[in-house]
Design a protein around this ligand. Structure first.
Ligand code: COA
Length: 264
């Protein structure tokens, strides 16, 4: 996919097999209005259907913010029915990302608040700059998280952290977010891009069907009992034996060479 116009609300750029999707409203700290949610959805659909894309990095434009939340000026005028629809629109996007069969890394380059943290949490991995701040401040607006924040934070960081972040509404810094398990890694702001792209490149060179298998198992396992989860894992494990990549990976190990995975 070619790079698109820098003026678009969501931009995409390819670096070999890594697609970088950027929310591009830096003057509004990349707040998510309905048009941005739709543009992101289209960008993830395109990343999914392009076989040349093996890993996605999601970030926000500018120095300050990943995404500072759902667009407050747009929400201010919504009716209850429109508010419900806005929540569904956001939740559909988050689910689309979470269920994408390719790894998605959130490169959290600054504020990830409200819908911004919700967006980061549906990604499979999160790398944060040491300058990032994350939180669910919706109560300060008389609101609650509406793009899955109460549910994903609960699953990611547990009940105590979820209740603290969502009830108090104060952001936490990157170091605390790491302690709480909300982000996977924290790196110096100056190294965020390089470190993220290094990890993305590593995932892009890995076996695509195995990565998809892991993502599916974790998604399914997070929602069911241990017996069903183990059964699902066994089925996925068995499926791997039908792939060329499994033969290639195991042969490469035995032949002491680097594997070349094709995604077949
Ligand atoms: N929705 C809409 N616009 C937003 C926004 C949001 N969630 N967050 C920031 N903006 C806009 C501001 O209105 C401002 O626009 P303007 O220049 O046209 O007035 C611009 O982005 C810059 O933000 P500003 O508040 O001036 O930056 P700051 O450095 O002083 O503060 C924050 C940064 C993140 C602390 C502050 O913007 C903030 O609290 N944002 C809202 C966070 C939030 O509640 N998110 C959850 C929404 S459900």
């Amino acid at each position: 996919m070619p790079e698109n116009a820098a003026s678009a609300i969501v931009t995409v750029a390819d670096h070999a097999a890594v697609r970088v999707i950027t929310v591009n409203r830096p003057d509004k700290l990349n707040a998510l209005n309905a048009a941005t949610l739709d543009a992101l959805h289209a960008a993830f659909d395109a990343a999914d259907s392009d076989p040349g894309v093996r890993c996605v990095v999601l970030t926000g434009a500018g120095e300050k913010a990943f995404v500072a939340g759902a667009d407050i000026s747009e929400m201010n005028a919504l009716t209850p029915v429109q508010g419900r629809d806005f929540s569904l629109r956001g939740q559909r996007l988050m689910r689309r990302i979470e269920k994408l069969g390719k790894p998605v890394i959130a490169m959290v380059n600054g504020f990830a608040l409200g819908g911004g943290l919700e967006l980061a949490m549906c990604c499979h991995l999160r790398i944060a700059s040491d300058k990032a701040k994350v939180g669910q401040p919706e109560v300060n607006l008389g609101l609650i998280p509406g793009f899955g924040g109460t549910q994903r934070l609960l699953r990611l960081a547990g009940r105590a952290a979820t209740l603290e972040l969502c009830l108090v509404g104060a952001p936490v810094d990157a170091a605390r977010a790491l302690e709480l398990g909300i982000v996977n890694r924290v790196v110096a702001a100056a190294e965020l891009h390089e470190e993220t792209m290094k990890l993305a490149g590593q995932l892009a060179a890995s076996a695509p069907l195995a990565l998809r298998g892991v993502i599916d198992c974790v998604n399914v396992g997070g929602e069911c009992g241990i017996e069903e989860g183990l059964e699902y894992e066994t089925a996925q494990f068995g499926l791997m034996f039908s792939t060329d990549d499994m033969r290639e990976g195991t042969s490469a190990f035995l032949e002491r060479r680097k594997p070349a995975f094709q995604g077949s």
